[in-house]
Design a protein. Structure first.
Ligand SMILES: Cc1ncc(COP(=O)(O)O)c(C=O)c1O
Length: 409
């Protein structure tokens, strides 16, 4: 995203706003898809809604022929509304509980997390006159010392008991396995996940049940150098992930007839959207307090997602306030009344009243995770490589937020 485009959006719509670089999102999607399919052609992307469920990106995934990955009835209804066939919606996570009957009868791919969910799916299938497609989310050790709370513990006999129970149940069709572990982005962890999941597909499933092996996500996407330096580890490329992961699948299944090869699925969220959104704000005040320079803005770190709180997201200043007071090394602060609402600490640039500051890497867990705290959510403007732009979400209003409350009490 060029400063010129940010400036044009600011002039037309005002700050604060997110700028969504649609073509960059499409390019990430295609790059990831090509990297894997070059090695193992039975591969699909299921885009992770929780990361950013805005229509402007999910509908691009629909156009690109991808799947949706959802973790609740809310996200499931969004995916259906966007036009995804239920058979191309993968349902994960514990938040699907209240939607299971509908998902089962629609023919969604339900990745069961635990035996209580399984019982509910089995009960739902009993009353139908068609198959319900399910997979099992596994909880495995991929050598990262993380003990996830999700999925069936593969080391427990309960896992194969649950799979046998599903097999014997009316209208239940087992179609595969799922695994995801956050924060395990190294190549070694991905190699282990591919090797172990293909091994468990052999030991836990029968022929005809190995249709999908879904490895979740937790890959690095494209990370700008100043942010990459803060991770303290190598940032693998999509090709490097594909080499080991799709490599394991090709080795194991490459000689089978195409119809017998399991479909390898990954579920990128931040992996393909984080770097496609910028967050732009205006400097609305400058002050120096006991030697500390502060540039106040009309934005907030609470609009910048988890990553914005943990790391210093690459920040750029567009000079607007040339004739006004300037400071160096200012803390860039937000509109909330919270002391820790600091969007960047000691920005090593001159900042003036009236300047625009924009932050990179704001596409994941931002607009979807921001509660209506103190200020309304801001607009989102999409922008293309050729400079065309469109408002894809207006700013929220007080009416939006009060619509679900009773005001006459
Ligand atoms: C089950 C599942 N799939 C996919 C994702 C998306 O992962 P990422 O944002 O690392 O691409 C998540 C994120 O937590 C997840 O829980």
């Amino acid at each position: 995203m060029t400063p010129e485009n940010i400036d044009r959006i600011a002039k037309k719509f005002g700050t604060p706003f997110y700028a969504f670089y649609v073509d960059e999102f499409i390019s990430n999607y295609k790059e990831l898809k090509n990297a894997y399919t070059e090695i193992y052609d039975n591969f699909e992307i299921a885009y992770s809604y929780k990361t950013n469920y805005m229509p402007a990106c999910c509908k691009e995934v629909l156009k690109l022929g991808g799947y949706s990955e959802v973790v609740s009835d809310m996200e499931y209804h969004m995916a259906k509304r966007y036009g995804f066939e239920p058979s191309k919606i993968i349902v994960n996570g514990p938040g699907k509980w209240n939607g299971i009957e509908e998902m089962a009868s629609d023919g969604a791919v339900i990745m069961v997390d635990n035996k209580y969910e399984l019982d509910r799916v089995i009960a739902a299938a009993e009353g139908l006159d068609k198959d319900v497609t399910i997979g099992f989310r596994l909880n495995i050790d991929i050598g990262t010392k993380k003990n996830s709370r999700f999925g069936f513990d593969v080391l427990s006999p309960e896992t194969s008991i649950a799979i046998d129970h599903a097999r014997e149940s009316r209208n239940i069709k087992i179609i595969g396995l799922h695994f995801h572990l956050g924060g395990s982005r190294s190549i070694e962890a991905w190699k282990a996940r591919a090797e172990k999941m293909t091994m468990y597909a052999d030991t836990l499933l029968r022929d005809g049940e190995r249709k999908i092996i879904d490895l979740g996500s937790g890959m690095f996407g494209h990370v700008a150098a100043p942010l990459a330096a803060q991770f303290g580890q190598d940032i693998p490329s999509f090709s490097q992930y594909a080499e080991v992961v799709a490599g394991v699948f090709r080795e194991k299944y490459g000689d089978l007839p195409p119809s017998s090869r399991p479909l390898l699925i990954v579920e990128p969220g931040s992996t393909i959207i984080a770097n496609t959104m910028m967050y732009a704000v205006s400097v609305i005040g400058i002050k120096t307090v006991r030697g500390r320079n502060i540039a106040m803005t009309d934005g907030s770190v609470h609009q910048m997602g988890e990553m914005g709180k943990k790391k210093q997201l690459p920040a750029h200043v567009i000079k607007k306030g040339k004739d006004s007071v300037s400071v160096m090394s200012a803390d860039i602060t937000g509109y909330t009344c919270l002391e820790d609402d600091i969007m960047y600490r000691a920005l090593p640039e001159e900042v003036s009243f009236g300047d625009i500051i924009y932050f990179e890497n704001c596409g994941a867990y931002t607009n979807v995770m921001k509660p209506p705290f103190i200020q309304t959510g801001c607009r989102i403007v999409s922008c293309r490589y050729d400079g065309t732009m469109a408002l894809v979400k207006r700013g929220d209003t007080v009416d939006d937020y009060l619509a679900s409350y009773e005001e006459e009490i």
